[in-house]
Every structure is written in C-alpha cells, then in structure tokens.
Design a protein around this ligand. Structure first.
Ligand SMILES: Cc1ncc(COP(=O)(O)O)c(C=O)c1O
Length: 463
C-alpha cells in the first residue's frame, strides 16, 4: 500500500489549500493533498528530525522557520499514490488510486464520526506522539528482531524513566506479556496467587497456565479486586504438601480491574509478605501510567523500589496501537526470556514498529499526559453524578474507570440513549476513559444518566 506520511503544515488555510512547510511546493504537489486528514488533538509533538522525513521530501526539503509550536498541525497524507504498488483491491492508475484514497478517507471518517463511547479504553485510536514516532520509523531500512536503533532507544527510555538497569522486552499485547512474564517466574509445578478479578484469571483464556506448562493460578477471593498481605498469606499457607502446586509468584494489577490504585505503602506491604514467604512479585500494569498519574509518584516508587520484580507496562490502553513492555528489575529473572518470546510468537520481526511508539510516548511525556487526561475524565463523571440518588459508584474512582451501580431500568435507558458499556464486573455499568476522551462527551453522558434517572423516578411515582 502507498505509504502515508505525517508532515507539518502551516495552519493558514485549514481545510482548503495547504502549504507544506517541511517541504517546498513541488514535493507537496506530489502528495495526494485531497486526502489530507486534519488532526489537532492535544499538545502538538515537536517536528520529527529531518533525518526521519521520507526520502522524497528530504531531498527537496528547505529549512523552514515557520515550524513553530502552535502554528503547525499534523496532517496525514496519502503519499505517492500510483508509484509504489497498489493497495490491495485498489485500482492501478494514479487518478483512480487518488479516488480510492478519497473513498477510504470517507469510510474512515464515517466510522470516526460515530459519537465517542466509553465502553472501553481500547476503543480509542492512536495518539499523535505514538503515531508520529511510528511514521518516523517507517523510513528506509533497519535491522530486524530488535537489533534496531528504535528498540535500543525505547529500552533506554524505560531505563531512564525507572532509574534502573532493567531488562526490557516488547510483546504485542497484555495477555502475552503477563503470561510470558509469569511463565518466566515459574516452573510447571508452581502456582501464582492472584485476585479473583485479575485479568490473568478472568480474561486470558488460560494463557498463563498454557505458557507456563501448567502453573496453577491460586485465586484469592476479593470483594474489590485488591489483594492484601493477609489474603496472600492465607492462600500461600493453605497447603504445603507435595500434592499441591508450590506457591511461587504473586501478581497484582495496578490499577486493579476495578479502577483502584495500590498505594506505595500497600505495594511495600505486599512485597514484604512475598519476601517472607519466598514469593516473587509481578505487576500487571496494563494501565500502569494511570496509576502513576493518580499517585503523582516516580514509576520506580511503585515498582522496584517497592519490591516488584517484573512489570508489564501497557501501552495499548494509553494511546498506542499495540504493544506492551515487560520490564525485569531483577535481571537474573530475564534469563532466556528472549527465547520464550520467540517461541510464543512474540518476537516481532519488524520490532522497530513496536518500539518506536514507546519512544514517542516516553520521550515526549505523552505516557503521563494521556493517563492524567483519562483519569481526569473519570473524575469528571464521578463528580458530576455524585448527587444522584439512583446511581452509586461501586468502587472509589482513582484511575480511568468508573463503575456505576444503578437500577436495570436506568441502564436500559442509557442504552436506549445510545450509550455502550459493559456490566461484566458486578453487574454495574463500566465506563473507561482513554487519552482522547472528550470532556464534552463526558458531560453528555452525565446529562443522559440524569435524564435516564429522572425517567426511572417518574415511572416509579406513576406506578
Ligand atoms: C488489567 C488488564 N491486564 C491486561 C490486559 C491486556 O489484555 P490484552 O491481551 O487484550 O492486551 C487488559 C486488557 O483489557 C487488562 O484490562
């Protein structure tokens, strides 16, 4: 497929003729400018270094003094239509390819113009910083299987962020990251202690057991998803005979599946219990950034400094397309982990495209900005419905999730007003906010919750 490009363009004429500032007019005319997609969401990232511009632009590029923050927007162009092979199922002539590009643009706009939903933070697209880094990586050639500069840079960015010489690996998704990390800590006869609502227990299709060749999950029943030292001790000491799988690891989810954040002290207390019982501590950090944003702490304070051995740091739910990082703070535990990833189909051949978005996220600070924004939207919803008698938050709202207990008729009313949400945790409505959650849309949800609540109250009075 013809590559797409991100270029920095002047904001003088948005929507009509555009002036490409990072390249002179001739190069601009070779782009399919009619398929431009405007994007101006959140803070703009810095212009990518010239070395990363596509060759057709670079060769004609002139320095541009107009590239000032605030004067530029990101524009996504279909570039070089008809010159580098056809998109699958697309026509071959330049003109018809251009119209194919337009048609695709129209289709994607129809999808993105659907009103925003908060059923899952996986519904969101890719944030500009991750996208720009991916685009920059899409330039020429690079060694495969993680031997490239992007992978090195992303790994170093993690080491800097955590102030640790940790071992860093990348996997495509959270299920693989968790499962392989736990498998690295266990032998097949070991067991992993987790909360009853842990994603590894409820939503990974047995992958942790599968990848560890049978290590058993030992589930501690928790009312709110949080593990405690007491619950860990109870499970770990329940049996010690040869017939029972030997406890070896504790896994906690930070923030929990119910949107609560373990404090630094809580993690320290859990890790002290783990050490006393000879257990390793793994953290499922699918939304780790949201926990850091909530606590306002240094990432090291809730990981290795508090006794966490391995962290799975999620990118997908915070503005990336795919990609989770696995950080081994105890480097010895990472021995042969690269082979484990390869065997599980998690060693990306074009690793730079998994790593580059992390560079964009970590070096620009978007990882924390995005998370803070998502958390802020959850707090906004929670605060705005606090006075409603029919609706009750099921858990403290600390990260980017809000769980609402409400009468079935109210939830039906919300669905009838066009809102999507899941109720798989405790029957309440779950709303998840992503990096791009629109506060105006949050307010629209609040208005509809109020309207649905009033309708329920009116029906009760009439009856
Ligand atoms: C707590 C938690 N851990 C891990 C994951 C990763 O899942 P996936 O394999 O879908 O990326 C998720 C995704 O919803 C999650 O909520």
């Amino acid at each position: 497929m013809s590559p797409t490009g991100i270029f920095f363009i002047a904001l003088d004429n948005p929507g009509s003729r555009v002036q490409v500032c990072s390249a002179p007019a001739k190069a601009a005319s070779e782009l399919c400018c009619h398929s431009v997609r405007w994007e101006q969401r959140g803070p703009l990232p810095p212009a990518p270094p010239r070395a990363s511009w596509p060759a057709c632009i670079k060769s004609r590029a002139t320095p541009d003094t107009n590239l000032l923050p605030g004067k530029v927007v990101l524009a996504h162009f279909a570039q070089g239509c008809g010159r580098r092979g056809n998109p699958r199922g697309s026509p071959s002539s330049h003109a018809s390819q251009a119209s194919w590009c337009l048609e695709q643009q129209g289709k994607s706009e129809r999808v993105t113009k659907q009103p925003q939903q908060f059923a899952s933070d996986n519904y969101a697209g890719i944030c500009p910083e991750a996208w720009a880094a991916m685009e920059a990586a899409n330039n020429g050639y690079a060694p495969a299987y993680g031997e490239d500069d992007w992978t090195q840079r992303a790994s170093d960015a993690f080491r800097k962020l955590f102030d640790s010489e940790c071992e860093v690996f990348f996997a495509f998704n959270g299920t693989a990251a968790n499962s392989l990390a736990l498998a690295a800590l266990c032998q097949s006869f070991h067991s992993v202690i987790c909360s009853s609502s842990a994603h590894v227990e409820t939503d990974e299709c047995g992958a942790p057991e599968f990848f560890s060749n049978g290590s058993k999950l030992l589930v501690a029943t928790t009312s709110d998803g949080k593990l405690t030292p007491r619950a860990i001790r109870e499970v770990a000491t329940s049996r010690s005979d040869i017939h029972f799988p030997k406890p070896r690891v504790v896994t906690i989810t930070q923030p929990t599946e119910t949107g609560q954040v373990y404090s630094i002290d809580e993690i320290r207390a859990i890790s002290a219990t783990c050490r006393a019982l000879g257990l390793k501590l793994h953290m499922d950090g699918a939304r780790f950034a949201q926990a850091c944003a909530y606590l306002g702490c240094d990432p090291a304070d809730i990981t290795w400094r508090a006794g966490v051995d391995v962290l799975c740091f999620g990118g997908t739910k915070n503005g990336m397309a795919v990609g989770e990082a696995i950080l081994f703070f105890d480097r010895a535990l990472a021995q042969d982990f690269d082979y484990r990833c390869k065997q599980a189909g998690q060693l990306a051949s074009k690793m730079r495209f998994l790593a580059a978005p992390w560079v964009g996220m970590l070096e620009s600070g978007a990882w924390l900005r995005n998370a803070a924004h998502a958390n802020g939207c959850a707090a906004r919803l929670a605060a705005a419905i606090r006075d409603l008698p029919e609706v009750e938050p099921m858990f403290p709202v600390e990260a980017n999730a809000v769980f609402l207990r409400a009468p079935a008729a109210l939830l039906d009313g919300l669905r009838a007003r066009g809102w999507s949400f899941y109720t798989f945790i405790g029957g309440g409505a779950r709303f998840m906010f992503a990096w791009d959650a629109d506060p105006a849309r949050v307010d629209a949800l609040v208005a509809d919750i109020r309207a649905a609540g009033l309708a329920v109250a009116d029906t009760a009075v009439a009856a």
